[in-house]
Design a protein around this ligand. Structure first.
Ligand SMILES: [Zn+2]
Length: 389
């Protein structure tokens, strides 16, 4: 029953990564069905949720526990999909331990060290896994390696306690959140994320924030309570202490080399654009294809991670390479221009940005083509000059 529900969730695009073995069988059967459908109707013509579900189901069959089923050889474009069962759940439990005052730090360090060793042993036994790890597994691998020392666990607990006190201090009378907040520093793609579960709030923050100073934590607490502070927080994430922690975890997690998609290579696109528009002076950011296909967002540049993500939707033989280059150019301009802070809001698409953007050789044509590619009727674009990419 549970497997059916999981498969259904996957079909609806709400894939849950921590699935049990029994789903493998169902997943393989579903893939066979999909493959048959594919022969009749080309994959591209499947609607996006179905396509995404297919990708998910394929990833499920490559899943393994600590006792690894041999990883299959995958084309480069499909890497980043190796899921290690139970890893996310394990991390959640450790994050709760870290917040529990009755839990000894030395015991947490031991647990993390054991998990770290098991993960590394798994990868040593089966080197292929490394390039295929999912983003989530990679991030948790880096987290484990970082927090297997007393010093880092102590810093974590100190910061969580400090921020917890600040959150209580700054809490407005009519707060949306319960007063009891569990602070967790872990792999995270958002600036912050809060969930309220039965009278307690669970706050997830990027791990690098344990490098914040008092003033920056104060701004963080204000930001979470909706009282400004965002500019200070985002700028703090670009400072060396935050960056050093995130970089260390990323190194431990292992780099993901998959810039080659099915039709295009992001590394090639970067080199073309860098040579043509930046005289080769642009330092290469982390490049990745997005996991989900997104109809309206073609690219994204994240300052704190120096990471440039391009929608997998553009990884299609029908997309000319110059169009991919235009999106690459747009995102690299974000890196070049940075954010301009006005009243606590970071402005990205300034007049100077737009002027540079129009230097792209086939600018008009590219804009028109991207407009056609965005799904009509789904997005309201342009009223305030902001763009979804
Ligand atoms: Zn943009």
């Amino acid at each position: 029953m549970r497997s059916e529900q999981t498969v259904r969730a996957a079909l609806l695009g709400r894939a849950h990564l921590d699935v049990d073995d029994s789903i493998l069988l169902v997943a393989r059967r579903a893939i066979t069905t999909f493959r048959l459908a594919q022969r009749v109707q080309r994959l591209k013509r499947l609607d996006p949720p179905t396509r995404e579900a297919l990708r998910f189901l394929e990833s499920v069959t490559h899943m393994s526990g600590d006792k690894a089923t041999p990883a299959h050889r995958r084309p480069a474009g499909a890497s980043g999909r190796h899921i290690i069962r139970g890893l996310r759940r394990w991390l959640e439990l450790r994050l709760r331990d870290l917040e529990n005052p009755e839990m000894e730090s030395s015991q947490i360090v031991r647990e993390v060290a054991v998990r770290h060793e098991r993960l590394e042993a798994l990868i040593m036994r089966n080197r292929e896994i490394e390039a295929q790890l999912s983003d989530s597994a990679r991030a948790i691998r880096g987290w484990c390696a970082y927090f297997r020392t007393d010093e880092h666990v102590a810093a974590y607990r100190r910061c969580a306690g400090h921020l917890g006190r600040l959150l209580a201090e700054h809490r407005p009378a009519r707060s949306r959140w319960p007063s009891s907040v569990v602070v967790m520093f872990g792999p995270s793609r958002s600036l912050w994320r809060m969930r309220a579960v039965s009278g307690r709030a669970y706050l997830t923050l990027p791990t690098g924030m344990i490098g914040f100073n008092d003033r920056q934590f104060e701004a963080l607490a204000r930001m979470i309570h909706g009282m400004g502070g965002r500019a200070t927080v985002v700028q703090a994430m670009l400072q060396p202490p935050y960056q050093a922690i995130e970089r260390a975890m990323e190194r431990y997690g292992g780099a993901c080399p998959a810039t080659r998609g099915d039709a295009h290579d992001l590394g090639d696109s970067f080199h073309r654009v860098n040579a043509a528009y930046f005289a080769g002076h642009m330092a290469r950011p982390r490049l990745a294809w997005s996991r989900a296909e997104s109809g309206r967002k073609f690219g994204h540049y994240e300052f704190a991670r120096d990471s440039l993500v391009i929608s997998r939707r553009l990884d299609d033989p029908a997309i000319p390479s110059w169009l991919l280059d235009f999106v690459m150019y747009h995102e690299l301009l974000h890196k070049r221009h940075g954010l301009r802070w006005v009243n606590g809001r970071g402005l990205a698409h300034t007049a100077a940005f737009r002027e540079d953007e129009r230097r792209f050789e086939r600018y008009q044509e590219a804009e028109a083509m991207l407009r056609r590619l965005s799904r009509p009727g789904r997005v309201s674009r342009g009223s305030n000059g902001s763009r979804a990419r």
